[in-house]
Ligand binder design. Structure first.
Ligand code: ZN
Ligand code: ZN
Length: 393
């Protein structure tokens, strides 16, 4: 059976996958600066006899295994974060202030493992497996574009029938896998607003329009958006993260600035959130002031395709046993993989990789993961890709 081949091949590759991950971990690079990482990836893929496309989405790498159709894409992200690593391990970051604190080093390493498994497989199903090594998942460039967005714009998903990916989870027990259909991560939009009044002496508020008072009313109105304006069935978050105004105790300032983030799953709710934020800011106008607002649209929500998620689950059951599957609620965090799942039906699974009893959250200086799960992650990706090809044939 092909699944046994894939599992034993993944086991044999375990030391290599760990070595790749430690190399990437020791040499972290921020979004769209993954020059060394891309070079190592391209080199490894070339050594497997694959034709490699580099420079897609600036620092992305793409390779194709097999030919024709159907086409299944597998995505791995390569970027690190601007964090000073606190772990004292032999593979710790050699660049102070940069760290693979989200596990993307392991995603890249496992995807290279998948490439090795699939290229050395004698009876691979017919069709194409496209490996997408994506830059810059964590942030955006000066044009507000992230790595997946640029990969899609530059044609990486053209002709792709299905797409899969994984993300390690440092808080999920090692070896457990979450592969639900439906929402996985939220759409992420931000806003910057200015509440405009008219400054005057604090002793004579009637001479001006107090923007601090206006802001207080606006905050109330914003808090009412979730509870009074949105369909309670659909999850959404509206958080005001900053508020700034004023310079002295006895001076009423000209304006107050606020900024916040909007999270949602449903595209309709996503749009409505922006309308409601504007409406809430309109309270400032009703009270004699004014406002300006700009929205910064981020990535959409990752909605796992039910059928692709079920295929991942079936692969997990055969590779790691039914006990490995864990149900977990979706997150209001963001993941730019959504640009790919918006281009073709796809899913992402979470690979539990909790290392020890120390709390090691993602984006934390103590982040680290259990490397013994990599072989399972690589095997599930490879097996799922093969199953999808067979289903689509
Ligand atoms: Zn992250
Ligand atoms: Zn991540």
């Amino acid at each position: 059976m092909a699944v046994d081949e894939i599992v034993s091949s993944a086991h044999a590759l375990e030391p290599q996958i760990i070595a790749w991950r430690r190399d990437f971990h020791a040499h972290p690079e921020l979004g769209f600066q993954e020059f060394r990482t891309a070079k190592v990836v391209a080199q490894a893929l070339s050594e497997m006899g694959l034709e490699v496309v580099t420079g897609i989405a600036k620092t992305g790498v793409m390779a194709i295994i097999g030919e024709g159709s159907p086409v299944v894409a597998i995505r791995g992200d390569m970027d690190a974060l601007p964090i000073l690593e606190a772990n004292q391990v032999e593979y710790a970051s050699q660049t102070p202030g940069k760290m693979h604190a989200c596990g993307h080093d392991s995603h890249t390493a496992m995807l290279l493992g998948v490439a090795r498994i699939l290229t050395s497989m004698p009876n691979r199903p017919a069709g194409q497996i496209r490996l997408l090594f994506q830059p810059c998942e964590e942030t955006v460039d000066e044009e507000h574009k992230s790595g997946a967005q640029r990969m899609v714009e530059e044609g990486a998903m053209v002709g792709v029938d299905r797409v899969i990916a994984l993300h390690v989870a440092s808080d999920v027990p090692a070896g457990k896998i979450v592969a639900n259909g439906g929402p996985l991560t939220a759409a992420v939009d931000d806003f910057n607003a200015r509440i405009i009044g008219r400054g005057c002496h604090g002793a004579h508020p009637n001479d001006g329009i107090d923007p601090i008072f206006l802001a207080a009313q606006v905050l109330n109105a914003l808090q009412g958006v979730r509870s009074r304006r949105l369909n309670p069935i659909h999850p959404a978050v509206l958080t005001v993260g900053t508020i700034h105004g004023g310079t002295a105790r006895n001076v009423i300032p000209d304006d107050v600035t606020i900024s916040g983030t909007l999270r949602s799953y449903d595209p309709g709710i996503r749009e409505q959130l922006r309308v409601e934020v504007e409406r809430a800011l309109g309270v400032a106008r009703a009270l004699g002031g004014d406002f300006e607002v700009e929205f910064i649209l981020g990535c959409p929500s990752v909605i796992n395709d039910n059928h692709v998620a079920a295929t991942i689950q079936s692969a997990v059951r055969d590779i790691a046993g039914a006990d490995a599957l864990l149900a977990q609620e979706p997150s209001m965090g963001g993941e730019d993989y959504s640009y790919m799942t918006n281009s073709a039906p796809g899913a992402m699974f979470m690979l539990g990789a909790k290392l020890d009893e120390i709390s090691r959250p993602h984006h934390n200086p103590l982040f680290d993961i259990d490397e013994s799960v990599f072989k399972t992650g690589a095997a599930v990706l490879a097996e799922t890709a093969c199953r999808l090809l067979t289903q689509l044939a």
